[in-house]
Design a protein around this ligand. Structure first.
Ligand code: OGA
Ligand code: MN
Length: 284
């Protein structure tokens, strides 16, 4: 297995490995590289849905979708209808994914956010549709000491209703919004594997507890956009068959737009945060 880091503070491309049959030591190496680089892309793997599920199991328990009773392990991040047609740009299916174009960390609007997201490209457009990641460990490192000290004990409210109300999120979840009340997460978190601090922000973070709502919202947005700058970025152009895994505990991501006359079909498996009280984790 060959791990080639990219020219950024995060990210590596991994080749000479078959994710259908990794042995224990290969999984160990993948986990170590993932902790170090935050995001790994494995080009040219062409996993089936079942193979993606099997590979994903090495990272933890699956996370349920937007309903805590859901048992579906696959999320289709796609503008193809179940019949295989390109969906209308104004359709709810397309509008729902609009939110993905803004920097975020998956499921931070849940009481326990996602640990890993594993995304595979099945059908890609001939322009646009890249995924981009931002290293929020390095984003923390560049803050001045005074800002770090001020942020250290701050807690942010993350809210599905806040981040999804403008593009079809509320229409998509309907009554399930009752399972997605606003939650709180520290703004500065320590990664359990590396011990590195990082800024936990992104589009679901609404404001800081105990601070002026609008001023703290502006601050969270600034921390996100200042953090997500080169050399802390990796923008990846997909080929069909590629698969990526990123660490939602310390990396933000966003998807770039593409011409909506073209198909883009991705399949995501999501690994739940390791908290023993995580109601979103599939235990069986
Ligand atoms: C996701 C996501 C971005 C993309 O699947 O969680 O944000 O590029 N995807 O599809
Ligand atoms: Mn996402």
């Amino acid at each position: 297995m060959q791990v080639s880091r990219v020219d950024a503070t995060l990210g590596a491309s991994v080749t000479d490995v078959d994710l259908r049959s990794p042995d224990d030591s290969t999984i160990r190496e993948i986990l170590d590289a993932w902790h170090q680089f935050g995001v790994l892309v494995f080009p040219d793997q062409h996993l089936t849905n079942d193979e993606q599920i099997s590979f994903s199991k090495h990272f933890g328990a699956f996370e349920r979708g937007l309903n805590p009773a859901s048992t579906n392990k696959l999320a289709h991040i796609s503008n193809l209808t179940p019949e295989g047609a390109v969906a209308e740009p104004t359709s709810l299916q397309v509008r729902f994914h609009e939110g993905n174009t803004h920097w975020h960390t998956d499921s931070s609007y849940k009481s326990v956010g996602a640990k890993a997201s594993i995304l595979s490209a099945r059908q890609v457009p001939n322009e646009g549709g890249e995924t981009e990641w931002a290293d929020m460990r390095a984003a923390w490192d560049i803050l001045d000491r005074e800002t770090q000290q001020w942020l250290e004990d701050k807690v942010a409210v993350h809210s599905f209703a806040y981040s999804h109300s403008w593009h079809g999120g509320l229409e998509t979840v309907g009554d399930n919004i009752r399972y997605l009340p606003p939650v709180q997460h520290p703004v500065v978190r320590v990664h359990p594997e590396t011990g590195r601090k990082n800024l936990f922000v992104g589009r679901h973070a609404s404001h800081i507890v105990g601070e002026d709502e609008y001023a703290s919202r502006a601050l969270l947005k600034k921390l996100t956009s200042d953090g997500a700058q080169s050399p802390r970025l990796w923008k990846y152009t997909w080929q069909s068959g590629d698969i990526a895994i990123w660490d939602n505990r310390c990396v933000l991501h966003r998807g770039h737009r593409w011409p909506l006359t073209q198909a883009r079909s991705m399949v995501r498996t999501t690994i739940a945060g390791d908290d023993p009280n995580n109601a979103w984790a599939m235990t069986a």
